[in-house]
Ligand binder design. Structure first.
Ligand code: PAF
Length: 284
């Protein structure tokens, strides 16, 4: 496994891989790898000749009140995990390498960001698409792997790839869960023991929504209200949002049909948890 810190060297390696007609699977990360990332890497490993991951904490996607400096970093641990999962290259650039000067062209996401997490994080997805545009150009992957735990990010990246004709396939990978259903996240360790005990109720609520849809519920507003009530009664955390949206368009449907997502975010004392379920609902 090679660790590469400059764009020039990464481009040279990519050129070599292209000459040899080897396919590239790419997993973009901000490091501090956990099992969710390992699942993405394993999936990339299964379907590509070479696997490249990037580790870059992207300042552009942090708001003024979000602590970029406090974002957890542990490159040695990340290297060990990446090696164990068969990564071929880690692209690990500095901020100066990625942003040597202020950008003269900016990218701004127009759609799919005024809902869910995007609502409370203005500019976040602009930063995400900006860094991904650079990274996709540098790494030129055949396939890029993203976790469905952040389904809004997957939807926004889907828009970026199709609007700007990136010659790569977006591969969304299902959320990895604990045995009790809680979506895995490096943030889970910040839950108190009682919060950790009740947190699987978030996923249970999503599954209950799925059951109600299967039983015939098609009214978006009514289902949202029923699920909010159920969740509020089973956890001590505060619901930030519980929304039903079309997927990947992220619009509020009057009637539940086609591909939809039930998405939820809950504030606990020291941490905010997100989860979602994407469901294909047959049109009547
Ligand atoms: O999901 C993340 O970790 C980041 O948003 C990404 C895709 C690596 C872009 O910085």
């Amino acid at each position: 496994m090679k660790i590469i810190t400059t764009i020039k060297e990464m481009q040279q390696e990519v050129r070599q891989l292209k000459v040899q007609q080897l396919s590239i699977g790419y997993v973009p990360t901000m490091g501090y790898l956990h099992e969710g990332h390992s699942a993405l890497i394993d999936e990339a490993r299964r379907h590509n000749d070479k696997v490249i991951i990037s580790i870059f904490v992207n300042p552009l996607q942090f708001g003024p009140n979000e602590d970029f400096d406090a974002y957890p970093r542990d490159i040695e641990r990340d290297e060990r995990i990446a090696k164990e999962h068969g990564v071929d290259f880690i692209f690990y650039p500095s901020v100066d390498e990625m942003y040597p000067h202020e950008l003269s062209v900016s990218l701004s996401v127009k759609d799919r960001t005024d809902v869910l997490c995007g609502k409370s994080r203005p500019g976040h997805f602009d930063g995400v698409v900006t860094v991904l545009t650079k990274l996709f150009h540098i790494i030129q992957p055949d396939r890029a792997y993203f976790g469905l735990k952040d389904a809004q990010q997957v939807a926004v990246v889907d828009g970026l790839i199709s609007d700007y004709h990136f010659p790569l396939e977006l591969i969304p990978v299902p959320t990895v869960r604990e045995e009790d259903g809680l979506a895995k996240s490096s943030r889970n360790v910040r839950l108190s023991s009682s919060e950790r005990e009740e947190a699987p109720q978030i996923y249970q609520t999503l599954l209950h929504g799925q059951e109600l849809i299967r039983a015939g519920e098609r009214n978006t507003f009514q289902l949202e209200e029923r699920l909010k009530e159920k969740l509020a009664n089973s956890i001590s955390g505060t619901i930030d949002y519980l929304e039903i949206l079309t997927y990947p368009g992220l619009r509020k449907p009057d009637q539940i049909e086609g591909k939809i997502m039930i998405a939820v975010a809950v504030y606990y004392h020291k941490v905010r948890l997100i989860d979602n379920l994407i469901i294909d609902v047959p049109r009547k």
